[in-house]
Ligand binder design. Structure first.
Ligand code: CA
Length: 228
């Protein structure tokens, strides 16, 4: 079965590149150059994946994320320019799965699509409860974290923060999402909590906390647990 991707992008070069590379990978690709065109296509026939530029001639892609998320759980990947930091974060908080900053490579795009599909696909089945990468092993059910076979002792908050990242492994999780899910909705502005606890987690898990390989910083946006 070919998965159908709708690429919403007004830049003709990027649109052509994304279209051809996804077609080569076996996706069926539709394109739209504006919000109105995208909305019409989505109403007519819902795609399996949405790749959405934020800056479009008739408005901000954010509004489409909000619209689509009211009724659909399909993976949404945001494509943004460097200066669109705020819109990007708002789109993630509105339910977009991940983002790419221009210029991005085809490999990055395919990796993000595959992670988003995996998460959306398993969202209704079993939740992610284990994570393994290199010397790090995490089992959320038994609350066991080991590095090189040695048990790592985490505080309840450190564990909850790590668990939240494991459930979204490979995807960015925004500061707001982490603070809200781990500490509570009234803590979404307390980003210093995150810096503190992320520092503690890295000290316990990373071989070199200054050069993290597991708990990656997405500057200005949030954190990502590496999957490869
Ligand atoms: Ca654009």
């Amino acid at each position: 079965m070919n998965l159908r991707v709708l690429v919403v992008e007004d830049d003709p070069e990027i649109r052509a590149l994304v279209q051809s590379s996804l077609t080569v990978e076996g996706f069926t690709v539709q394109t739209a150059v504006s919000l109105s065109e995208a909305s019409a296509l989505i109403r007519h026939d819902l795609p399996d994946i949405l790749v959405l530029d934020l800056g479009l001639p008739d408005g901000d892609g954010l509004s489409l994320v909000q619209d689509v998320r009211k009724t659909h759980a399909l993976p949404i990947l945001i494509v943004s320019a460097r200066h669109q930091e705020t819109q990007k974060i708002r789109a993630l908080d509105a339910g977009a799965d991940d983002y790419l900053v221009k210029p991005f490579s085809v490999g990055e795009l395919l990796e993000r699509i595959s992670v988003a599909l995996r998460h959306r696909g398993t969202a209704l089945a079993a939740a992610v409860t284990t994570h393994t990468l290199d010397d790090l092993q995490i089992d959320l059910t038994s609350r066991l974290v080991t590095v090189q076979g040695q048990t790592v002792h985490l505080t309840p908050t450190e564990f909850n923060l790590l668990a939240r990242l494991v459930r979204s492994a490979g995807r960015v999780v925004t500061h707001r999402q982490l603070l809200s899910d781990v500490w509570g909705a009234e803590y979404t502005e307390h980003t210093h909590y995150l810096r503190l606890y992320m520092g503690q987690l890295r000290a316990k898990i990373e071989r070199d906390p200054a050069e993290p390989r597991h708990l990656l910083t997405e500057t200005g946006v949030g954190y990502r647990l590496a999957t490869g």
